[in-house]
Design a protein around this ligand. Structure first.
Ligand code: T1G
Length: 697
């Protein structure tokens, strides 16, 4: 036991106070040695007659951020966290948890089992287990309501959000918010506790405060809507209800049982996969982890259009001054207005203060010239998707920027090599492909060109994280990864209409699967003219059937531009509610007749398989080409960019759950039905199936 202790938990004595310091980088997770070390520390406290109290503090950037997620895949080794909690709870001398950074999951459970909690200004606490498809398993659900009340505990446990130290103080979760030297403050707090008689305060001894039982059903309904398809948020309501009706010891046992059951659930495996994949995606293939990102503290954005405005807001949100360059003052004025609207909306919703809105807007300057941007660290080019126009912008930037300033293009499909090649300094050129609306969408597809410098790649990734995005590095490929895969789903959705399906049927199947919106409702939202323009830009490179599958053009010709014209694949009433329109059936019948298709009955299974597996097959080609470094990157792209349900882990993880042999069999079937060029299994899938493997081994 002693040698384990030495590794991650050390105990020192200051007067009659013990200080147990946890040091288990990167986030002081409760790995086996930490658990054993904490128990040993309490024993030391109990055995030391002079010691009157103990402080638990952590080294590094944060207090304990929870159980060690990497241990979930392995058989757990005793002592388990429950034993640590029981030992803390059973201590006969007061223990003070001194929190900095984030006290999360098992980390907050450790703190809740202590008699007192103090927190450094700026730190946060939370029980985010539900985001991993599980729920607290070591007393969090039992102790938190006893301190913060049932309603607050329910909100924190069912949604997994973090609250600030100040709010935690207000809610009775922490006893004091301190600033400056945390350890010194904790020892001073302990001395005060000793002076007051070293009273124990067992959270588990506190009664559950009275509450309005109606909140349980109200929140169950709200959670079912907000987290459609997720299981754990609803189980949280049951768990909290159980805690309010059950004695502590029994409640703790039931909570642990529930956590264990959820831990082996498919949803939790998928959500933990995405947690790990999002962090793995930050590691850039071929770029050493020691390569330092460049400093980015001032940026310019060229192009005040829809994308430029959203991107500007992203930088203003994190306090980076933005110079927005446009062709006309009118264009710039309407951009500033639009950005203002974004913030006014947040102020109205109460998620932003007026002061903060004004502070952000004050960081925005606009200009119609390139003169004043000689000192920026990075420029995002977000002008119209025309190669010659972008090259012109690149040339102007080359003329005014510092040599080490980065030029990042927001193109969604133009050739990154051609753009980089047009710059006199291609090593500083990369892609940063934001998704519309850029200030909302979490996905950021960073694109590398052949000559992009390693630290430029490291910079776009680090910047993506600073912007609160899920950055993923991809290589050269038409439509990169996200849109290239999406185009296959779009193709199949269109072909399915020719084969006899209806827009509502396809949308119903994909939303029932878990996508927030189906391809046809999405097209109506985006606008048929936009869809037609995107199609026109690609049609020359399309297959013959795709070229003739011009349903989008027919809709435009019929003036059906989608929501903006009141009709597209659906007709919309004055409240924007969509409904079936027989005119679309007629339009599709006319198209099929002209194209020589006879409508047939299409099963929901065929729709799902053709739409999903066409994407998975394309993803396998992308991996084989090296345009994506790992399948996890593709899962991060689809769960953050196109609403693929995170509780299914993304298309690649999902394909492995289905089983690649089954996916290949379906691809072979549709290769026969729709055509080899559309469904011939990719070489990677053939290889993996032959080796009895999946995308993840
Ligand atoms: N276990 C192991 N490693 C972890 C970890 C954890 N809990 N959390 C983070 N890491 C690693 C991560 O993989 C990365 O490693 C590095 O730390 C930095 O993370 C019984 C069962 C703490 C807010 O859900 O939310 O307790 O990639 O890039 O942006 O009830 O990490 O560098 O090798 O995210 O500064 C509950 C999860 C567990 C918290 C820091 N706890 N972590 O964010 O850094 S379940 C959580 C986070 C539980 C009990 C149950 C964030 C963070 P690498 P990072 P960051």
């Amino acid at each position: 036991m002693t040698e384990l202790l030495a590794k991650t938990v050390s105990v020192a004595k200051q007067g009659n106070i013990l200080v147990a310091t946890v040091n288990n980088p990167p986030v002081n997770a409760l790995s086996h040695s930490v658990r054993a070390g904490l128990i040993e520390a309490v024993w030391t406290l109990e055995d030391d007659a002079e010691a009157r109290a103990m402080v638990i503090v952590c080294e590094g950037r944060t207090f304990i951020a929870g159980a060690d997620i990497h241990e979930f895949k392995k058989p757990m080794v005793a002592p388990l966290l429950g034993e640590v909690i029981d030992t803390l709870d059973g201590a006969t001398k007061p223990i003070i948890a001194a929190i900095h950074g984030t006290a999360l999951g098992g980390g907050l459970e450790v703190a809740l089992a202590c008699s007192y909690r103090i927190a450094l200004e700026g730190s946060k606490v939370g029980l985010p287990e539900v985001k991993l498809g599980i729920l607290p398993g070591s007393g969090g659900t039992v102790r938190l309501p006893r301190l913060a009340g049932v309603e607050q505990a329910l909100a924190m446990i069912s949604e997994g959000g973090q609250i600030s130290a100040r709010d935690a103080r207000e809610k009775g979760i922490v006893d004091e918010v301190v600033s400056g030297d945390l350890k010194a403050a904790a020892i001073a707090f302990a001395e005060k506790v000793i002076a007051d008689g070293a009273r124990l305060r067992r959270t588990s001894d506190l009664p559950v405060p009275a509450f309005d039982p109606a909140i349980l059903e109200t929140s169950r309904a709200a959670l079912a809507k907000k987290y459609k398809g997720f299981k754990a948020p609803l189980v949280a309501v049951d768990l909290i209800k159980m805690v309010t009706e059950t004695p502590v010891a029994e409640a703790i046992a039931l909570e642990y049982q529930t956590c264990k059951e959820l831990l082996v659930s498919p949803q939790s495996k998928a959500l933990r996969h995405i947690f790990a994949a999002e962090r793995e995606a930050l590691k850039i293939d071929g770029v050493d982890a020691t390569v330092k990102p460049r400093n980015v503290s001032k940026v310019a954005i060229v192009g005040p259009g829809t994308m430029g405005r959203g991107i500007a807001a992203c930088f203003l949100n994190i306090g980076i001054p933005v110079t927005l360059i446009g062709l006309t003052d009118e264009g710039l004025a309407s951009a500033v207005k639009a950005i203002g609207k974004i913030y006014e909306g947040s102020v109205k919703r109460g998620s932003l203060s007026t002061e903060e809105m004004e502070r952000r807007l004050a960081l925005l300057t606009t200009t119609t010239t390139y003169d004043g941007i000689g000192d920026v660290d990075l420029v995002i080019e977000a002008v119209t998707e025309q190669l010659d126009v972008k090259k012109e912008v690149f040339a102007k930037l080359d003329a005014v920027l510092r040599d080490d300033a980065i030029i990042a293009t927001n193109t969604s499909f133009l050739d990154i090599e051609e753009l980089a090649g047009s710059s006199k300094n291609p090593v500083r050129v990369a892609g940063m492909h934001f998704f519309n609306p850029a200030n909302v969408m979490k996905l950021l597809e960073n694109v590398r060109a052949a000559k992009t410098a390693p630290d430029v790649l490291a910079t776009t990734t680090a910047l993506g994280k600073r912007l609160g995005k899920a950055p993923v590095m991809v290589g050269r490929s038409e439509g990169f990864v996200a849109n290239r895969m999406l185009s296959k789903r779009t193709r199949e959705a269109q072909f399915l209409l020719e084969d006899g399906a209806t827009p509502q049927q396809v949308d119903r199947v994909l939303t029932a699967f878990g996508f927030p919106i189906g391809p046809f409702a999405l097209a109506d939202l985006a606008g048929m003219d936009i869809m037609a323009a995107a199609r026109a830009a690609r049609v020359a490179r399309m297959s013959p059937r795709e070229q003739q599958c011009n349903i989008v053009d027919r809709l435009v010709a019929a003036g059906r531009l989608g929501q903006k014209s009141g009709a597209g694949y659906y007709v919309y009433d004055e409240n924007g509610k969509a409904s079936h329109d027989p005119a679309v059936d007629e339009l599709l019948d006319a198209h099929r007749k002209e194209r020589g298709f006879t409508a047939r009955a299409i099963t929901d299974e065929e729709i799902l398989e053709r739409c999903l597996f066409a994407m998975v097959n394309e993803a396998a080609r992308i991996l084989d080409e090296g345009a994506a470094a790992r399948p996890g990157d593709i899962d991060v792209i689809w769960t953050n960019g196109f609403g693929f349900p995170t509780y299914l882990g993304g298309p690649m993880f999902y394909a492995d759950q289905v089983g690649l042999p089954k996916v290949k069999a379906a691809l072979d079937k549709y290769a026969g039905l729709v055509g080899d060029q559309y469904f011939k299994p990719a070489a990677l899938i053939e290889r993996l199936v032959a080796e009895g493997k999946g995308f993840y081994g």
